[in-house]
Design a protein around this ligand. Sequence first.
Ligand code: KDG
Ligand code: MG
Length: 414
Amino acid sequence: MVSAEVLVTSPGRNFVTLRLRTEDGVVGFGDATVNGRELAVASYLGDHVVPLLIGRDAHAIEDTWQYLYRGAYWRRGPITMAAIAAVDTALWDIKAKLAGLPLYQLLGGRSRRGCLAYGHASGRDIPELFDSIRAHLDQGYRALRIQTGIPGLDSVYGVAASANSAVGNGGSTARYDHEPARRSPAPAEEEWDTRAYLRHAPRVFEAVRNEFGPELPLLHDAHHRLTPIQAARLGKDLEPYDLFWLEDVTPAENTAVLRRVREHTTTPLAIGEVFNTIWDYRALFEEQLIDYVRSPVTHAGGITALRRILDYASVYQIKSGVHGPTDISPVGLAAALHLGIAVANFGIQEYMKHSAATDQVFRPAYRFSEGLLNPGDGPGLGVDYDDEAATAHPYTPAYLPVNRLKLDGSLHDW
Ligand code: KDG
Ligand code: MG
């Protein structure tokens, strides 16, 4: 490599991108965005990784991965692994461009017509949720995540402020584009009430099944907020509504608790969007405690590392369900699609749709059609970086909210 640049831009939300360039002028991109901690990874890359890359062979993807992971002494963690992911993804992009092939061809070629995508349907109440579901179905979605407001709580994470703004790239300020990482110097504080949530969630899914029938795959994200026994109860209560998955039921640190959840429910479980290495999954795979892997390329250490995780998962009939909110940049999403189109154990891909401003900066080649995402057939990843468009959007601090219990104001799990 002759140059490595760390690019920070904020077209609606913050992104950190690595651009590598070879001596022949071939350019590769990697996503290193860690929502709410963007400048930490920009510094890790700029101060500690970029100097190591200059002069290295761009073809040596595996050796570079091992060098940055094993060689660093301080292994793992979201910042380190996002930095490694960006280097790894950019090197795959370069290799595919040099080969003149779309990246998925280097990963084994196409295994399916496209990657089944799920969208985010949400509403403050059930009528608003139904409008959002209908709007998504009109756009071609064939699987939907369902989140609603909870009676007694003013706002709930993952619920768009207005149903009509929850779809598409309309310029509404209420659009659910910021996945509410708000632009402010400190996180917003929201209220939470687990008992109200546990009472309400089954009613929502019952209403959705009654209105939309048994076929539509439905997903739900509990955002790490439950204790093991509460999670077991929710899984059990949702069984009649045949969920595609129930996501992040408990905080991610203590994965052993999923044994307890699994003992009580046959609702499929997905976890891993805040994991960062294959080691986080080891017991979950070997004891068959989950059904879907949520890691994105961006936070798992790149295409090399996520491929390894998914191959390991395939031994246990566990499939991919790659994280794809708008804080995974178009570079990270494109990488997921090249991997998803190729691996045997693809399950589903999350797709929130970036804003028009984001797409103007990254100019992604991937397309959504009839519920499927396709990465495009040009050489490499199929993303670009428009420096002029990026410069118009300087970094602005933005944070995900924190939760306090409505009962007494104590801080609750995410
Ligand atoms: O950065 C965190 C968000 O991307 C995350 O909260 C979104 O849970 C999420 C999901 O499943 O997309
Ligand atoms: Mg999630």
